[in-house]
Write a protein that binds this ligand. Structure first.
Ligand SMILES: Cc1ncc(COP(=O)(O)O)c(C=O)c1O
Length: 372
């Protein structure tokens, strides 16, 4: 039920005539899969993020799965990841038979705490999947040093972080191999899709083979499969949308940053805690606008009140290790990652997208303040 004023969704992509034009070109070309538009998108993306190799895949999850596969994860192995993430950052190696181990997050950044990662390493640990959560870069140098010291693979789940910068350089430009995702709420939205970025030519070639049913990346006959692979191909129609989005990415990112700054001002003096600010080493790419409510506040009631006024909101995000299938399969219980669990119990996402209007943000913040 809403009160007559227009609904404000949680997320909404900004698409215009340019995407329509590019999609029409692809439709008229008849090259809908494995066509030149995907190659063009990959080249443009590689240039944009400063990575030598980029391979488009059907989703961020698909890209993470292929990196877990290439990382050699399998039965009996453990991989460490973050409880404050989307399920894919753990699922990607569970698909390969490895067991998830969750290290707690840093209370400020909500990304993996390197000390907690180091403490979680056992003789079975084979990889770390680090997440740039809410578009905030993870502690890449420290995690890389830990992984090198212990001989572990490092995969960067940057699904939420296109446009973010670590130590002054774009995510993707400094290794390790990782992914971006293009679901409609993402900074670059194509419906579904993602890319693997890597600095390792062999990893890139393997991704190109594995995404295409294990066909040889060198080319070769259509019915010639050199390894077990998947159909994780993207389509040229999605790539066309992606090119339109890439062309305006700077504007999309600055509109998001402006909307975030406006929320920051509007929420000034309120009891909610915003996401952490940038510092010299970390520059956030704004993906969602999430706040932590004071512990005594009944979040469900706040959400009900916002929704009653047509305002999109969500618990963002529940801990991955406490999802029902995780509890059932691995026996994970409350209390394993106290910092993450505290945040997850209080977090709330507000409507956030590039074209969000100032007056709608005022309405959201008024509604939130009233509910509090
Ligand atoms: C942190 C994180 N990892 C992975 C994914 C998976 O991406 P996709 O939905 O494209 O499979 C998402 C998407 O929501 C995400 O937020």
């Amino acid at each position: 039920m809403s009160t007559g004023t227009r609904d404000i969704p949680l997320a909404k992509p900004l698409l215009d005539g340019r995407e329509e034009e590019l999609v029409l070109e692809v439709l008229r070309s008849g090259r809908l899969s494995l066509g030149p538009t995907i190659d063009r998108f990959e080249d443009l993306m590689a240039e944009r993020i400063g990575a030598p190799y980029v391979a488009a895949v059907s989703s961020g999850t698909a890209g993470l799965h292929l990196l877990a596969r290439i990382g050699g994860l399998g039965d009996g192995d453990e991989a460490i990841t973050s409880p404050i993430s989307f399920a894919s950052s753990a699922n990607c190696f569970i698909f390969e038979g490895a067991r998830p181990v969750f290290a707690d997050v840093d209370a400020r950044t909500l990304n993996l705490d390197p000390d907690a990662v180091e403490a979680a390493i056992t003789e079975r640990t084979k990889a770390v999947v680090a997440v740039d959560m809410f578009g905030y870069p993870c502690e890449l140098d420290e995690l890389r040093a830990i992984c090198e010291r212990h001989g572990l693979a490092l995969i960067e789940d940057s699904a939420e972080a296109l446009g973010a910068e670590y130590k002054g350089a774009p995510i993707g430009s400094q290794g390790p191999s990782g992914v971006f995702g293009f679901y409609p709420n993402k900074q670059l939205a194509t419906g579904e899709g993602g890319v693997v970025f890597t600095h390792d030519e062999h990893v890139w070639q393997l991704v190109r083979s594995l995404r295409n049913q294990g066909r040889d990346y060198e080319g070769g006959a259509w019915f010639h499969h050199v390894r077990l692979g998947w159909n994780y191909r993207w389509t040229d129609v999605q790539a066309a949308i992606g090119i339109g989005q890439l062309e305006k990415l700077d504007r999309l990112l600055s509109l998001r940053a402006e909307a975030a700054a406006r929320y920051g001002q509007l929420l000034g003096g309120s009891e909610v805690e915003p996401l952490c600010a940038d510092d010299d080493d970390h520059r956030r790419s704004w993906f969602v606008y999430v706040v932590a409510l004071p512990p005594e506040v009944d979040r469900a009631r706040v959400m009900t009140e916002l929704r009653a006024q047509g305002i999109g909101t969500a618990e963002y995000v529940p801990c991955v290790h406490l999802q029902p299938y995780m509890r059932e399969t691995y026996g994970f219980t409350d209390g394993m990652c106290p910092v993450a669990e505290d945040f997850a119990s209080r977090s709330l996402a507000l409507p956030f997208f590039p074209q969000l209007e100032a007056e709608d943000q005022e309405r959201v913040v008024d509604a939130l303040r009233n509910a509090l």
